[in-house]
Design a protein around this ligand. Sequence first.
Ligand SMILES: [Zn+2]
Length: 147
Amino acid sequence: MSQQCVDPIVGKILAGWRYDISGLALEMRGDYEGHFTACDRCLRRQRLHRMIDVGLIALASLSAAVFLLAFGVIRHFGPRHAFWLEVAALSGFALSALIWLGVAVATPAPVTVLDAAKQGARRVHDRLPEEIRQRLPEELRVKITGT
Ligand SMILES: [Zn+2]
């Protein structure tokens, strides 16, 4: 089933941005946000791209952790050729860290993760009893609820 974009011109612009409008000024976002509401196809692509971004970050984190763990294991057991194994493990770690950084800079993954964290915080906040909510610093409340 191939669904058509309701406005191919806007859809093409959005595709060029990898469906990321997080970098746009608020007053410029209106039309594009409207398009995501109206166009199922672009909305689904946006979700897919954000999933890929976050997946890449998660994968790079995992790979960095594994290489670091390998380094620790080599250090601990000190097998033969330990030096070169250590170098290999550290290189793997450095490469994973570099990929992590590249993804974090080139994609809106940090924004996506931050948004998810904010939504989680808001949900917790909404469940708190009123008297505790009132005691939260004003600044924190604005950050969580955005109002
Ligand atoms: Zn569209």
